[in-house]
Structures are given as structure tokens and as C-alpha cells.
Design a protein around this ligand. Structure first.
Ligand code: BDP
Length: 328
């Protein structure tokens, strides 16, 4: 009798202890580090922050996200390396930045590949876009590709209008570090120089480069318009961006959490599109106010000049290019 009482007492204590322990485990929160080289308020940053808020709400604070904006965790190359080793968990990066580690995405970095931005949206929102995300995930790059973000069209900016390839003659033009972009600018008539985004403002200011190219929100938020005030709409590159998760961290997550993050990332892709459109309109208006000159360009001579780049670098992706072109 005594023994039975003693046993039941021990059992009650153990049960009580495990009940006490349970909430402690459930409460142990995980905070993911998110990185972006754009500043707070930029559409991509806002969309990822909102993803974080939804994640926190859906998991009652068990999974949270801390955004490190403005490139504080390093330039894109460094941030990718940090994501690969798991020091950063969620990274928004240009396809131009990730292509050196995942050659398959180079298909999206070819000049004048998309007919226009609407074509690019159809591709990234549909099965071809998903196929490319899956290729990134299946590659040895150690990242899980979750979603795309819009980055509009890239146009050349300099101290003078660029209407034809001859206008680029002798100009040193900063490009992202990718052989396709270097070949593209050289074919367009300029002298391409690659350097990290964060170094570009002072390079323009000191004359290390004469020109660069980017979308309107980047041109505006980085203050590049103050040192190169003519924006010529060459539209040579329409390259989306990707949201990737560190594979090391991903593999440690429960399936249900992976599915939740995946779903929220797709929502972020759609939310960013709205924010992006607004941000392009705002940047255009503010740049006009600041006295920037916008130049409309007939792209035909640039399209023709870059044909050898599409032929050379597009050869390994002939099938994918056909699929992209077939998207209406
Ligand atoms: C911007 C991209 C950013 C790139 C930058 C660049 O959003 O990720 O780092 O261009 O030119 O449009 O490097």
C-alpha cells in the first residue's frame, strides 16, 4: 500500500514537472536574421518585414524575423556567403547577385530577354518561374529559393544623354559582377566595370566610373541622381530578384513551418509588386522635382548590338529561353 502510494506520488510529481517543462519548450522562440542591401522603407524590405509580422502572428511569437537593411550585413556577395553558411537565414538578393553561384539563373540575366515588364511578371508568377526557383533550390548553392521580387527595368544614367551605342563610347559604366552584364555593357558600346552596389555613389562622385544603370527606386534612394543626373531609358535588363532561405536553417525546420514560410513568401512576392509600382511612381516624381532629365530611347540599336551576348550566353539555356518566349 505504502509502495503504491509512493509510486503514484512520484508519478504525479513527474507529470507535474513535464507539464511545467512543456510551455518552456513551446515558448522558446527562434529569430531569423533577414538581410537586404536596400534601406528601410524600400519595397523589398517592407514586404519581407511584413512577412515577418505574419510569421510571428501565425506562430504566436515562436518564429520571428529581424530585418538587417541597408547592407549592414555586407554587400550581396558577402550576404550570399553568409546565407550559405546559415549566419543569415532570409536574404533578398538580385538574380544578378545570385547567378555567379547558381549558373542556371543566368537565363534571366540576358539583355532584352523579356518583351517588357509585364512579360517578366507572367514568367516569374507562373510555372517557368517556379521551375527556375526549384533549380536554385536543387543546386549546390545551399539556399532554398522561396519567391521573386520585382526590380523593374534597368536604364543607363550618366552626366549626358545615352541615345545610341555611340553615346556610350569611352564611358566607364558600373555593372553588377556577372560576366553577362559585363559583356552586355561592352556590346552596348561602354566600358563595363564591376563593383559592389555600396561603392557606386563615391565611384560616380570621384569619377572612378562615369555612368551606371539601375531602376528608378535604386537610382533615387542611393542618391546616384545627385552625381549622374541624366536617366536614359535603355531598358537593357529586366532582372527580377529572389528571396532565399539558408538551406542549413531550412532543414532544421518542421515541415509545417516550412510550408507556412513558403506561403508567406509567395504573399510577399505579390505584396512587393504593389509596393514596387508605387515606389517607381514616387521615385519618378521626386527625381523630376530634383531636376533629373529623363531621356526616351529607341532601344533597337541596343537590342541589335547585344544579339551576340544572347547568342553566346543563351546557348546553354535554349530550351528555357523558348519556354520564356512562349509565355504570353
Ligand atoms: C538593385 C538590386 C540590388 C543590387 C543592385 C546592384 O535591387 O539587389 O545589389 O541593383 O546594382 O536594383 O547591385
Amino acid at each position: 500500500m505504502m509502495l503504491r502510494k509512493l509510486l503514484s506520488c512520484v508519478c504525479q510529481l513527474t507529470c507535474a514537472a513535464s507539464l511545467l517543462a512543456a510551455p518552456v519548450i513551446a515558448q522558446s522562440a527562434t529569430t531569423f536574421k533577414a538581410a537586404d542591401n536596400h534601406p528601410k522603407g524600400y519595397p523589398n524590405v517592407v514586404a519581407v518585414e511584413n512577412l515577418g509580422k505574419k510569421l510571428e502572428a501565425a506562430t504566436n511569437g515562436r518564429l520571428t524575423l529581424k530585418m538587417f537593411a541597408g547592407g549592414v550585413l555586407g554587400d550581396e556577395k558577402t550576404a550570399i556567403e553568409q546565407t550559405q553558411i546559415g549566419a543569415i537565414q532570409l536574404l533578398r538578393v538580385s538574380i544578378g547577385g545570385i547567378s555567379p553561384v547558381v549558373p542556371d539563373v543566368n537565363v534571366l540575366t540576358l539583355p532584352y530577354l523579356f518583351r517588357d515588364e509585364a512579360h517578366m511578371h507572367k514568367v516569374i508568377d507562373g510555372p517557368v518561374g517556379q521551375e527556375i526557383l526549384d533549380k536554385i533550390t536543387a543546386s549546390p548553392a545551399k539556399v532554398v529559393a522561396l519567391a521573386y521580387m520585382d526590380s523593374g527595368s534597368r536604364n543607363v544614367y550618366a552626366k549626358k544623354p545615352i541615345k545610341t551605342p555611340a553615346d556610350l563610347k569611352g564611358l566607364k559604366v558600373r555593372m553588377q559582377g556577372n560576366p553577362i552584364f559585363i559583356d552586355t555593357m561592352n556590346a552596348m558600346g561602354g566600358n563595363a566595370i564591376s563593383m559592389p552596389f555600396g561603392e557606386l555613389y563615391s565611384a560616380l562622385q570621384t569619377g572612378v566610373v562615369d555612368a551606371a544603370e539601375n531602376n528608378e527606386p535604386s537610382y533615387f534612394t542611393q542618391n546616384h541622381y545627385t552625381v549622374a543626373n541624366v536617366y536614359s531609358r535603355t531598358g537593357h535588363l529586366i532582372i527580377p530578384e529572389v528571396l532565399v532561405f539558408s538551406k542549413t536553417a531550412w532543414d532544421k525546420l518542421e515541415k509545417v513551418d516550412q510550408e507556412l514560410i513558403q506561403k508567406l513568401a509567395r504573399e510577399a512576392q505579390m505584396e512587393q509588386r504593389e509596393l514596387w509600382n508605387q515606389s517607381v511612381a514616387d521615385a519618378n516624381a521626386k527625381l523630376k522635382e530634383k531636376g533629373v532629365t529623363f531621356v526616351d530611347v529607341d532601344a533597337k540599336p541596343f537590342v541589335e548590338a547585344t544579339a551576340p551576348v544572347r547568342e553566346k550566353h543563351g546557348a546553354p539555356y535554349a530550351d528555357m529561353i523558348k519556354k520564356i518566349q512562349a509565355v504570353q
